[in-house]
Design a protein around this ligand. Structure first.
Ligand SMILES: Cc1cc2nc3c(=O)[nH]c(=O)nc-3n(C[C@H](O)[C@H](O)[C@H](O)COP(=O)(O)OP(=O)(O)OC[C@H]3O[C@@H](n4cnc5c(N)ncnc54)[C@H](O)[C@@H]3O)c2cc1C
Length: 380
């Protein structure tokens, strides 16, 4: 019997490691990714200001697993009816059970010129481009404007890093950082006290936060918004996510057992999940990791049922309920943490941010990277 995990991000790595322990030995477990390294994506914005963090936030896949086979390849299609995965090189692989954990792509919603004139942020390569262009702008010695479109978790943290970089380079008196968000608050889908604390922290960093301002189109020098034109020098777009290319850009809606059909699960950013209370699950590393626990239980139950060969009713699927202890973001050299009803900023929030990232890396056995991350976070 073949169980495959497509994508080795937070969802895929956590799921594969749990399945290694729970699946019967006779089951062939394979994890597939286009990259030989697992990227700790929720720290990738740090590389804009601290490129040396790249070492700490990439873990070779071969170090992560005990019994799972790692296959490198770019998935181009998943045929859930015939249970066949196709790769860009023309090869295919069949499965009995699959979990699609391919993450998301930056979404541009058809806004004219936005993809062409902006840089997204989902990879270290993009972080490096943003850093290079920001430093070029600073070195020009003239006044300039950096615009960050979108005030979700990534936009907040990118704007914070850019503000801190500009400050470190002694250019905060001439380089403006403007954050545009179409909704009426930063961190739109998060609790109100978290939104307020993040907003205050962004203002503290000198960022010009403009909510209820929607980007309509972008040219090479000017962004057109519903509140007027905004000339810019560097435009970073973190305004939304869409499904992975292998799913034709869709994020399929999954039931609370995170299944698309009997044999195929979708989790992490790749899915639009609605939990057992009917709540939409926010696309986040925290949710991806927790969804993996539910999917590991469900795949294991189905595999055991099939191997018993007794037929009869399918095992009961475990429903997923979204619940996280809170949220933490860095905002440049500061941080904001929300734990239950309490919001923390300053040193306690920074310490929590470092320990959450390091705790995640330790949980996947990347102890060296965990120690390096703490060092980098303390320097930040
Ligand atoms: C700058 C930034 C800051 C963030 N901050 C936070 C935060 O503070 N807290 C939080 O909870 N979340 C945060 N997030 C969101 C979080 O990173 C994502 O929600 C999380 O990465 C989703 O996990 P995933 O496993 O679904 O996908 P990913 O982690 O994106 O993993 C997807 C995997 O699939 C692989 N893949 C994709 N397509 C293919 C293909 N065609 N073939 C083969 N392999 C493929 C990729 O290489 C990757 O390894 C942040 C995101 C960004 C960009």
């Amino acid at each position: 019997m073949d169980v495959i995990v497509l994508g080795a991000g937070y969802a895929g790595v956590t799921l594969t490691r749990q399945l290694e322990r729970s699946l019967p030995e006779s089951v062939q477990l394979t994890v597939i990714d286009q990259s030989p390294n697992h990227l700790v994506q929720h720290e990738v914005h740090r590389a804009i200001r601290r490129p040396s963090i790249a070492e700490a936030i990439q873990v070779p896949l071969e170090d992560l697993f005990d019994r799972a086979a790692v296959r490198l390849g770019t998935v181009s299609d998943v045929d859930t009816t015939d249970r066949v995965v196709s790769f860009a090189d023309g090869s295919t692989i069949e499965y009995d059970y699959a979990a699609i954990c391919l993450g998301s792509e930056t979404a541009y919603y058809g806004l004219e010129g936005v993809e062409e004139h902006s840089i997204g942020l989902k990879s270290l390569e993009e972080a490096d481009r943003i850093r290079g262009e920001a430093l070029d702008l600073i070195e020009r010695g003239t006044a300039g404007t950096i615009v960050v479109g979108g005030a979700g978790l990534s936009g907040i943290q990118v704007a914070g890093e850019l503000a801190a970089l500009v400050d470190e380079e002694g250019a905060s008196d001439r380089i403006n950082i403007v954050m545009l968000e179409m909704q009426d608050s930063v961190a739109p889908s998060f609790p109100a006290n978290f939104q307020t604390a993040v907003h205050d922290e962004l203002i503290e960093c000198g960022i010009d936060v403009r909510t209820e301002t929607a980007v309509e189109r972008a040219g090479p020098n000017v962004i057109e918004t519903d509140g007027g034109d905004l000339p810019y020098d560097l435009f970073v777009w973190t305004g939304g996510i869409g499904g992975p290319d292998a799913l034709s850009g869709e994020r399929p809606i999954v039931r609370n057992d995170l299944r698309l059909d009997r044999s195929t699960f979708v989790l992490g950013d790749a899915a639009k999940a609605v939990d057992t209370d009917g709540e939409p699950v926010p696309a986040s590393a925290s949710a991806a990791i927790r969804e993996a626990g539910t999917v590991a239980e469900n795949i294991t139950a189905l595999v055991e049922h099939d191997l018993e060969g007794a037929g009869g009713f399918e095992p009961r699927m475990e429903p997923y309920r979204f619940s996280v202890p809170g949220w933490i973001v860095s905002v440049g050299t500061g941080a904001v943490a929300q734990v239950g009803p309490t919001v923390l900023t300053g040193a306690p929030a920074k310490a929590m941010k470092a320990s959450v990232g390091a705790g995640y890396l330790s949980s996947v056995r990347a102890i060296k990277q965990a120690a390096e991350l703490v060092e980098e976070e303390i320097r930040a």
